[in-house]
Design a protein around this ligand. Structure first.
Ligand code: ADP
Length: 492
C-alpha cells in the first residue's frame, strides 16, 4: 500500500524517467519518421507525455525480431527461462511504487487498486516461472502393442499479443508469463491509452536478462493498420487478445487466413445473484468489490445485479450506503477509491446508458449524473427498476453503476442471467450449498464466484464461454495455450 504522499514533482520525474520509445530487438527505437502519440491523465484531461507511435514498418521490424529470436528462446533451458521470470517478478516488487503510480497516472485507477494490480501482475511471472520447468509429455505402449507413443510439448512459435487499457500491466504479464515460460517470442501491443506501464515492464524484462527480440513492444495509434499485416503474415503462429468482442471477432477472422492458434478474452456481462437465504452483509461486500474494483472498468464487473424481492430493499439500502462512502478523486490522492473513467468516450457511454435507463423508468438511489469537474468522473450510482429493454441489461457498462433488479424464483433468475451472448463470469450468493452448486452449474459462464465477489487468480483458469472468448489464461492450462502437442510414433 502507498505510504508516500504524491507530489507533482514526483509525478513529473516518474513520467520523465519512463521509456517512451518502441522496444524492438532489445533496443529502444524511435518510430519511423519520429511519429508520436499523446498519453493523457484521465483525472485532469491533461497531457502526460508523448510516446513513439509505430507504423506498419515498425510493426514488421518487431515481428522479424521475434521470428529471429524464436529458435534461441525455444532452445534456452527451461530453468533459465524460469529464472528470468523470477527476476522480473522480483524487480516488479522492487519497483512497485513507480509501476503503481505510472498506472494510476495513465489510467486513472486509485493507487490502492494500482498496487493491487502490480502484485497480481507480478504473480503471473512467478506462477509461470514455476510452470516453465514442469512442461512434460508422455510415453505409452500402443493398445495393440508393437509401437510406442512419445508425446512432447513444443512452443507454438512467435506470438502476437494485444492488450487493453483497463489492466495495463496484468493483462500484459498474463500473456507474457506463459509465452516466455513456454519458449515463445512475442510482439506485444498495449492499448494506446495506457502504453507506459508496458514500456516500464519491457525495461524490467530487459534488466531481468531476457534475450533481445524475445519480447517486442509496439505502441501505435493505428492498431488495425499495424497489426493486420502481421497477423495475416503467418510468421506468428499464435494470437492472444484481450479486449472487446467486436474487435476480437475481427481478429479471429484475420487469424483464420493462416490458421493461427488464438486465445480470446472478450467482453462480459456478469450477473450477480443474491438469494433470499444469502448473508446480506457478505453479499453487499461482494457486490462492492465486483462492481467498484477498478472503478467498474473490468470485464468481470457485476453488470446486472439480481436480488430476491424479499431482500432487495435491505440490499439496495446497504449497497447505496457503502457506495456513497467511497471517496472520489484523482487516483493519486490519499484514500481515493473511485477514480475517473479512462476517457471522454467512456464517460459519454456510461452517461448515455444511465440516462436511457432512467428515461425508461429506472429509479436512482445514488449518483446518476457525471461529476462536474476536470477529468472524466462518474460517481458511484445505484439504480433499481431497470426497464426490460434497457441497453445496460445487454451491454457492458464499464463504470461505477450498479443496476438492481428484483427476482422471484431461481428458475427465472437463471434464465435472465443466461439471456446474454456473453459468458465470462457470474456471482452467486446463497448460504444453501446445494442451491449454490446447482446455480453455479446452470449459469452459462467460464467462471463463477460462489459467495465471493472476485475470481481472478493467476493460479486459476480465467476465461469465458459463448462470445466472451476462447481459451483460458493462468492456472495450469494457461501455458498449454502456448504449447503444441507433438506425437512421435515409434516402431518397435
Ligand atoms: P476497448 O473497447 O476496451 O478499448 P478494444 O477491443 O477496442 O477494447 O481494444 C483492446 C485492444 O485492441 C487495444 O490494444 C486496441 O488498441 C486493440 N485494437 C483495437 N482495434 C484493433 C484492430 N483493428 N486490430 C488490432 N488491435 C486492435
Amino acid at each position: 500500500m502507498a505510504e508516500q504522499s504524491i507530489t507533482a514533482e514526483r509525478e513529473s520525474e516518474l513520467i520523465e524517467s519512463t521509456p517512451k520509445r518502441l522496444y524492438i530487438n532489445g533496443e529502444w527505437v524511435d518510430a519511423q519518421g519520429g511519429a508520436t502519440l499523446e498519453v493523457n491523465d484521465p483525472s485532469t484531461g491533461r497531457l502526460l507525455c508523448t510516446v513513439a507511435d509505430a507504423s506498419p514498418r515498425d510493426g514488421w521490424n518487431a515481428l522479424k525480431a521475434a521470428e529471429a529470436a524464436q529458435p534461441g528462446l525455444a532452445a534456452m533451458p527451461p530453468r533459465e527461462r524460469a529464472n528470468i521470470l523470477m527476476r522480473a517478478f522480483e524487480l516488479m516488487h522492487e519497483r512497485k511504487d513507480d509501476l503503481a503510480l505510472l498506472m494510476t497516472l495513465e489510467m486513472g485507477k486509485p493507487l490502492s487498486d494500482a498496487y493491487g494490480e502490480v502484485a497480481y501482475a507480478a504473480e503471473f511471472f512467478r506462477h509461470f516461472a514455476e510452470e516453465a520447468t514442469r512442461i512434460s509429455g508422455s510415453y505409452q505402449t500402443a493398445p495393440a502393442g508393437g509401437a510406442r507413443f512419445l508425446v512432447a510439448k513444443q512452443p507454438v512459435g512467435p506470438t502476437i499479443l494485444i492488450t487493453p487499457w483497463n489492466f495495463p500491466l496484468a493483462m500484459g504479464t498474463r500473456k507474457l508469463g506463459p509465452a516466455i515460460a513456454a519458449g515463445c517470442t512475442s510482439v506485444l501491443k498495449p492499448a494506446e491509452l495506457t502504453p507506459l506501464s508496458m514500456l516500464a515492464l519491457a525495461e524490467i524484462l530487459h534488466d531481468a536478462g531476457l534475450p533481445a527480440g524475445a519480447v517486442n513492444i509496439l505502441v501505435t495509434s493505428t492498431a488495425g493498420k499495424v497489426m493486420e499485416p502481421l497477423i495475416r503474415s503467418g510468421i506468428a503462429r499464435k494470437l492472444s487478445f484481450t479486449g472487446s468482442t467486436e474487435v476480437g471477432r475481427k481478429l479471429l477472422e484475420q487469424a483464420s487466413e493462416r490458421v493461427l492458434r488464438t486465445s480470446m478474452e472478450l467482453g462480459g456481462n456478469a450477473g450477480f445473484v443474491v438469494f433470499e437465504d444469502a448473508d446480506i452483509d457478505a453479499a453487499v461486500a461482494g457486490a462492492l468489490l465486483a462492481k467498484m474494483r477498478n472503478t467498474g472498468e473490468a470485464c468481470t464487473a457485476a453488470n446486472r445485479i439480481f436480488v430476491h424481492r424479499s431482500v432487495i430493499d435491505e440490499f439496495a439500502a446497504k449497497l447505496s450506503a457503502e457506495m456513497q462512502k467511497l471517496p472520489l478523486g484523482r487516483g493519486v490522492e490519499d484514500g481515493v477509491r473511485v477514480g475517473p473513467l479512462v476517457d471522454a468516450r467512456q464517460l459519454e457511454k456510461v452517461d448515455a446508458l444511465v440516462t436511457e435507463a432512467v428515461d425508461g423508468g429506472a429509479k436512482v438511489l445514488l449518483g446518476g449524473q457525471p461529476v462536474d469537474r476536470d477529468g472524466y468522473f462518474y460517481p458511484p450510482t445505484v439504480l433499481t427498476d431497470i426497464p426490460a429493454g434497457a441497453r445496460m441489461r445487454q451491454e457492458e457498462i464499464f463504470g461505477p453503476v450498479a443496476p438492481l433488479t428484483a427476482f422471484d424464483t431461481e428458475e427465472e433468475v437463471i434464465s435472465w442471467i443466461n439471456a446474454t451472448e456473453y459468458g465470462l463470469v457470474n456471482y452467486v450468493y446463497t448460504e444453501n450449498l446445494r442451491r449454490g452448486i446447482r446455480v453455479a452449474e446452470a449459469v452459462e459462464s467460464g467462471m463463477v464466484g460462489l459467495n465471493q465477489g472476485a475470481v481472478s487468480n493467476p493460479a486459476a483458469p480465467f476465461g469465458g464461454i459463448k462470445e466472451s472468448g476462447l481459451g483460458r489464461e493462468g492456472g495450469d492450462t494457461g501455458i498449454e495455450e502456448f504449447l503444441e502437442t507433438k506425437y512421435i510414433g515409434i516402431a518397435m
